[in-house]
Design a protein around this ligand. Sequence first.
Ligand code: TXA
Ligand code: MG
Length: 316
Amino acid sequence: MTNATLQTFGPDPVGLAQAAAILARGGLVSFPTETVYGLGADARDDTAVAAIFAAKGRPSFNPLIVHLPDLSAAENLCRFNDDARRLAGAFWPGALTLVLPLKADAGISKLVTAGLDTLAVRVPDHPVAQGLLQAFDGPIAAPSANPSGRVSPTTAAHVKAGLGNKINGLVDGGPCGVGVESTIVSCVGLPTLLRAGGIPTEALEACLGQPLAVATDPATPQAPGQLVSHYAPTGTVRLNAEKAAPDEVLLGFGPVDAPLNLSPSGDLTEAAARLFDCLHRLDAMGAKRIAVSPIPDHGLGRAINDRLRRAAAPRG
Ligand code: TXA
Ligand code: MG
């Protein structure tokens, strides 16, 4: 499908059936998950998957996450070991993506895996995402629905502003509850954290009964979320700012005087849910220099700081 004219759907059975029909014709449909809005295509259809990269302007070596309705659908595509089964049992449906060996006959487009012999799979915990998966009855490849290198969308309005003229359908399911992307764990070999996200690392480690290894070599990112400048608003970003300089806009956390505050009460879950919306708002305000209050580096604070560090990294 080319020449995208955007159709917006409600999260009801008629809307989901129409959105699924667009996917079946090889079109692109954005839909809400509990983390962020995804930009979905049929994961078996090379042309449709290529359209995702084109719409996002995304470097084509970035592999995509495949969204599935349940564990057994994931087991049809990937080989699970004991660690993977334990994590899936505890956290699916939910904000956890597992990277696993891809079965040879899985039928997934090579563009989805960027030619790797592993696949990232996730079972989302959002009734609209689940409804679309049921209506489509197939695997949906979906990165976050933002232009490459920009802030991830947590409302339908964000998607429309970033990609509105490049996609075919948008299911409006309201704001996303978690607000940061899924945590990504590779279970190829030792369980390894590839990206901090909506499920705190501590919870995963408690479930596994062992610490996660951390992928460290930035020269060979296994997850492009690990590329240095990735989640960038237009303005420059300065972290751990106790207060803003006269030419800066303060993005606050906790009880500070700031035009925008991630969570005045200092609640990390609220801050995660508001993070990308605040970055979008700073863009909309035309903020050229952004200062950010210190954010505790535990629980969801790690995922927030991870994204803020990328937003603050030198732009390539
Ligand atoms: O919460 C989320 O995960 C959202 C929603 C839409 O589900 N999706 C998302 O997708 O954040 P995306 O494409 O923006 O990030 C996917 C990450 C990338 O950093 C990618 O490199 C990594 O998953 N990834 C995908 N397949 C991989 C693989 N086989 N090995 C290692 N990393 C992989
Ligand atoms: Mg993304």
